[in-house]
Write a protein that binds this ligand. Structure first.
Ligand SMILES: [Zn+2]
Length: 128
């Protein structure tokens, strides 16, 4: 049987998301449109994010070893383009700007994520 890959994964060096783990995001589409939540996991290679309490799938579990039967609620991945980061400074959903700054301290290039609404720095991290 031939196996076909459903989703083509991007090479890791091209895999960059505007959404990071720990960001608060607004959901733009789907059944949870308008909900806000914290990003539990970013999946840059799939362009997806898992947001706490959003896109919940209910799984019915049979009783197993040491486990009672029941319903497990699990947050399923959303496409990253369907969420917008909420700025920690101004509280608005915003596009994120990236500024590259060289640091004298350790000569590592840093990336600053800034809010396009208020211009505040959201996060700074070193480039990997
Ligand atoms: Zn802002």
């Amino acid at each position: 049987m031939a196996t076909t890959q459903k989703h083509e994964k991007k090479p890791l060096h091209l895999a960059k998301l505007h959404v990071h783990r720990g960001d608060t995001v607004l959901v733009l589409t789907g059944k949870d449109r308008g909900k806000r939540g914290t990003v539990q996991r970013a999946m840059p290679r799939e362009n997806k994010v898992i947001v706490e309490g959003v896109n919940i799938a209910k799984k019915h579990m049979k009783a197993g070893r040491g486990m009672a039967a029941g319903i497990i609620e699990k947050a399923m991945p959303l496409h990253a383009s369907n969420v917008m980061v909420i700025c920690t400074e101004c509280g608005k959903p915003t596009r994120i700007g990236h500024e590259h700054v060289a640091s004298d301290a350790d000569e590592k290039e840093r990336v600053r994520r800034v809010c396009k609404q208020c211009g505040q720095l959201i996060q700074e991290h070193t480039r990997d």
